[in-house]
Design a protein around this ligand. Structure first.
Ligand code: ADQ
Length: 460
């Protein structure tokens, strides 16, 4: 019989099925296949036992514990102060301490040892994201032969940035310890291939796989999607949507940005571009109001506190320059917003601004498209550095470093005729419907299956 599916992700929803596209997709895959979901949990004292959470779901939920040192070193330290900036092309923001590396190694090693105690021969492991790059390498060292897949949600690091990684020599071996490595885009696959091409220990196989350290690893892009129907109904299709409390006067047009408050999301350049647009705006143009929703994350990491200060200063400066007694051009909200409210706001916004400087995919771009009224859709302005730009080529694609170009795109979006808006929206919606979140998880699991078949053929 087919073994269990075991999913490992740093974060796992506790207390129910959870919400949000990724969480729901993993919940569905696990419900269909039967299996185990493993995630972290903070504890006063970390131990090396899995803790079972009894919940009404058709699979097991297990946690491994992180103590305060683990949290500071593995999570805030190596994962979010070294790997996150490195993968987002901001090596200048790397904040490295030797104890971070030790903590990352300690947590991954401990988790690998714990996994060996529960793994059965036919189980398949699906590991998520940069918190666990070396997990498979530790498992292989412990003799684990199970199929192990990895999906990286953020960009694959450039070769030149990898030079800044304390573990740069081990890194290719971390990757090749997996059977299938899923990346968001073709560009990420090309970047990863480039790393192996310049590695004397790697060999390109005829079927596209990489042979490294005597292992075969398959690299493929699996662009993550969303649950289109959930977003569409949350936007209140035909029913007016949730009560957002947002009042716009007849002369106002809404632009929306929704991002975790992160330096990779390009918020400073976005606000500056909006300022440039306001500076050049003809006097008779509609009032363009930017609603920027940016809940803080990882506030214990220094770079995050800095970006928060900068955005507050910039918002104040732009509003000071352009506000009128009855109008404030930037509304800046600093907290989580319920999904139905978010979807309804997306639907009301004439323009969705998604302008990261680097982003694995960016689900907000897809959520904005899914929430639109097809008969009167808004326009998506999308950075060419978002993974989503590979699929959503009917957005207005911009360079997020070029504030003039973004200001022009805002003007173009606000003036775009209905027919053109409909044509662009229809094409983008078809793309995100064809490659939704269910497609993503089923494609990944099929690839993991296929790799196994090929590995067995090779061994035979
Ligand atoms: P993130 O960097 O978190 O994800 P993104 O893909 O945009 O970025 O996902 C954010 C999610 O949080 C979206 O579903 C959005 O609606 C929600 N969200 C953001 N602000 C919110 C708010 N104020 N209130 C409520 N919800 C809010 C990482 C990678 C991405 C990749 C995803 C999935 O960085 O590139 O697309 O994983 O693989």
């Amino acid at each position: 019989m087919e073994g269990r599916l075991i999913v490992v992700s740093n974060r796992m929803p506790l207390g129910g099925a959870g919400s949000g596209g990724l969480v729901v997709a993993l919940h569905e895959a696990l419900s269909a296949e039967g299996g185990v979901w493993i995630g972290s949990e903070e504890a006063e004292v970390a131990d090396d036992e899995f803790h079972r959470h009894e919940e009404d779901v058709p699979y097991e939920k297990l946690t491994f514990t992180l103590d305060a040192d683990d949290h500071a070193e593995y999570y805030l330290g190596y994962a979010n102060s070294v790997l996150w900036p490195l993968c987002h092309r901001r090596s200048d923001l790397i904040d490295y301490e030797a104890r971070f590396r030790a903590g990352y190694d300690r947590v991954n090693r401990r988790l690998a040892e714990m996994l060996t105690r529960i793994l059965q021969p036919d189980d398949r492991l699906w590991v998520h994201d940069y918190h666990f790059f070396p997990l498979a390498a530790h498992l292989r060292a412990l003799g684990v032969e199970n199929r192990i897949g990895f999906f990286l949600h953020i960009p694959f690091p450039n070769g030149s940035d990898l030079l800044a990684l304390p573990d740069r020599e081990s890194f290719p071996g971390w990757i090749s310890a997996y059977d299938v490595v899923g990346l968001q885009t073709q560009r990420d696959v090309a970047t990863c291939l480039e790393m192996f091409r310049s590695d004397v220990d790697a060999e390109m196989m005829l079927d596209g796989a990489i042979k490294h350290d005597d292992r075969l690893v398959e690299l493929r892009s699996f662009p993550i999607g969303i649950d289109v129907e959930v977003m569409r109904s949350a936007a209140g299709e035909g029913e007016g949507g949730a009560d957002t409390r947002l009042k716009l006067d007849a002369r106002e047009r809404l632009l929306i940005g929704v991002d975790r408050l992160d330096y990779s999301k390009g918020l400073v350049k976005r606000l500056q571009a909006f300022g440039v647009y306001l500076d050049k705006r003809p006097p008779d143009a509609a009032r363009a109001t930017l609603l920027q929703i940016a809940p803080p994350t990882r506030e214990d990491v220094r770079a995050y506190a800095e970006i928060r200060d900068e955005l507050e200063r910039l918002t104040g400066a732009i509003n000071g320059r352009h506000s009128e007694i009855d109008w404030t051009p930037i509304r800046y909200i600093h907290r989580q917003v319920p999904r139905e409210v978010l979807a309804t706001l997306f639907r009301r916004a004439s323009v969705g601004l998604v302008t990261p400087l680097a982003d694995g995919m960016n689900l907000v771009a897809k959520e904005y498209v899914a929430s639109q009224n097809p008969d009167d859709p808004g326009v998506l302005i999308l950075s060419r550095f978002a993974g989503a730009a590979e699929q959503l080529d009917q957005a207005l694609i911009v360079n997020p470093y070029d504030t003039d170009e973004m200001a022009q795109a805002i003007e173009q979006a606000l003036k775009m005729p209905l027919e053109e808006r409909k044509m662009r929206h229809e094409s983008m919606l078809a793309e995100i419907e064809a490659h939704d979140i269910a497609w993503w998880s089923s494609q990944f699991l099929r690839a993991l299956e296929g790799r196994d078949v090929r590995n067995r053929q090779r061994d035979a």
